[in-house]
Design a protein around this ligand. Structure first.
Ligand SMILES: Cc1cc2nc3c(=O)[nH]c(=O)nc-3n(C[C@H](O)[C@H](O)[C@H](O)COP(=O)(O)OP(=O)(O)OC[C@H]3O[C@@H](n4cnc5c(N)ncnc54)[C@H](O)[C@@H]3O)c2cc1C
Ligand code: SF4
Ligand code: SF4
Length: 431
């Protein structure tokens, strides 16, 4: 085994990939952390607070991001994806494609001058397209690495051979339009896949009115709307008329536990809808919330008490009801028609804002990546773990962790990551 194959490649820089990287780096192993976005952090960076402690998500995540960036044993490859893999456990060879950033990583100090002057505005994916960003941007304020990126698809220099304003305003001469995409070869002993999840698009359930009714939004959009660093600066207003909503409804299991869409349980919606309702109440204690559920799956430690607290102290009513459809009145107030599961009666209730707890779904490119790595998927296209060793994939030397192998919350993703890291370390340390 040569020296390089003592390293572990981790694909995906969300909380699971970050935790696995830190565990391995602390053991003295070299980690090659591959993230396709410009910054690491994954979905956790988009959250306002996290259940069950209601801690500020970025406050817990930021020290881990910084540690990952600074750790001498972690080589961070952002804007990168694995394009091929050969070899076997103990001695894999991977080829990465690293996209050009068009900004010199060792010169940019994220002063923001270029962002301020860039004339091109495009939808901001990090903020769920609820506001605009510039063509030169950083994914989010606390993003790591703390360096801006030029979005080639939208930059006027690449689309129209015009502008170059960012180049003129950057006093550090950090802009480099000549940068090219790079191919990087890595020799690694084992691999951890931590590519996370996508969000189910509720547009396909027409009866819920998402995208037709402005006051029907998703839970991840709500996270951004209520977050102090989000598009509304944390001052919750409903999209149609910027009024402060007083009556909220959350609908659990949207796109999950539903044979027409995804039969599996998304595992954290019961908890995060309670969390989001609690945060809304903390912002404005005139807010009353109804949470429509089929079952409350509050299986973790302290979870049942958390839901009880929502009920007792945060004006949350839990309604065991199956939502049939959402209509809208002439003030654009959503009207929920549902079946009360306890009485079997069809009822209706009016709200100011409805939030859909859309399920976690496999990443769009999961099939492609599984083929490239030679690992199996389960029946829903999450990566398939071994029954007795869930972090083991179907191929020796490749491990799985976090929401790419099953929908799971942050504490479980972290536990999973440490398990995968221990298994990945066994392979590279066995000689
Ligand atoms: C609305 C909402 C609220 C939530 N609230 C909570 C909460 O309060 N508490 C809680 O515990 N959990 C919460 N969760 C769940 C939480 O988001 C997940 O548990 C957590 O993000 C899983 O982390 P992960 O690292 O597995 O995946 P992700 O966070 O999805 O990270 C995956 C990373 O991999 C990268 N990636 C993907 N594909 C590739 C590729 N091919 N190559 C390179 N990189 C790739 C992605 O860009 C991303 O950075 C919530 C989820 C939702 C939808
Ligand atoms: S590219 Fe230059 S102007 Fe832009 S943030 Fe970096 S250092 Fe500042
Ligand atoms: S060259 Fe591109 S990134 Fe730079 S300021 Fe113009 S549009 Fe923005």
């Amino acid at each position: 085994m040569d020296e390089n194959s003592k390293s572990v490649m981790i694909i995906g820089g969300g909380i699971a990939g970050i935790q696995a990287s830190l565990d391995l780096a602390e053991r003295g192993l070299i980690v090659e952390l591959i993230e396709k976005n410009a910054c690491i952090g994954g979905r956790m960076a988009q959250l306002d607070k996290t259940f069950p402690t209601n801690d500020c998500a970025i406050c817990i995540l930021a020290p881990k991001l910084a540690e990952c960036f600074r750790h001498p044993n972690i080589n961070l490859h952002t804007l990168s994806e694995v394009k091929s893999l050969s070899g076997q456990a103990g001695n894999f060879k991977a080829k990465l494609l690293k996209k050009a950033r068009y900004v010199k990583e060792d010169e940019c100090i994220n002063c923001g001058q270029c962002i301020e002057k860039c004339p091109m505005r495009v939808d901001d994916e990090f903020d769920m397209n609820l506001r605009k960003r510039r063509a030169i941007y950083i994914d989010y304020v606390q993003g790591v690495p703390s360096i801006v990126t030029i979005d080639r698809e939208n930059c006027l220099f690449f689309t129209k051979q015009a502008c170059r304003i960012c180049e003129k305003v950057c006093e550090r001469e950090a802009i480099d339009f000549e940068q090219q995409d790079e191919e990087i070869e890595l020799n690694i002993g084992s691999i951890i896949v931590a590519t996370g999840y996508d969000i189910f698009n509720p547009k396909s359930i027409e009866s819920l009115g998402y995208s037709r009714y402005p006051n029907v939004i998703t839970a991840l959009e709500f996270e951004r709307l209520i977050c102090a660093s989000g598009p509304l600066g944390g001052h919750l207003m409903r999209p149609s008329d910027k009024k402060e909503p007083k009556k909220l409804a959350f609908i659990n299991c949207v796109g999950s536990r539903d044979i027409k869409n995804n039969p599996y349980c998304s595992s954290c919606c019961c908890m995060y809808t309670t969390k989001e309702a609690m945060i809304a109440y903390e912002h404005d204690n005139e807010i009353e919330t109804s949470i429509f559920y089929i079952d409350l799956r509050a299986a973790g430690k302290g979870f049942r008490e958390y839901i009880q607290r929502g009920n007792d102290a945060y004006a949350i009513s839990y309604i065991k009801g199956k939502v049939a459809k959402i209509l809208e009145d002439d003030q654009r107030n959503p009207l929920i028609i549902y079946e009360d599961i306890n009485t079997s009666q069809v009822k209706q209730l009016n709200f100011d804002l409805v939030i859909l707890a859309t399920t976690m779904v496999p990443k769009k490119d999961a099939v492609e990546l599984a083929k490239l790595l030679g690992i199996e998927l389960n029946e829903y296209n999450f990566y398939k773990g071994n029954y007795f060793h869930p972090q083991k994939s179907s191929k020796e030397g490749i491990f799985l962790c976090g929401a790419c192998r099953d929908p799971m919350d942050i504490p479980n993703s972290v536990i999973d990551a440490s398990g995968a890291a221990a298994k990945a370390a066994e392979i590279v340390m066995r000689d």
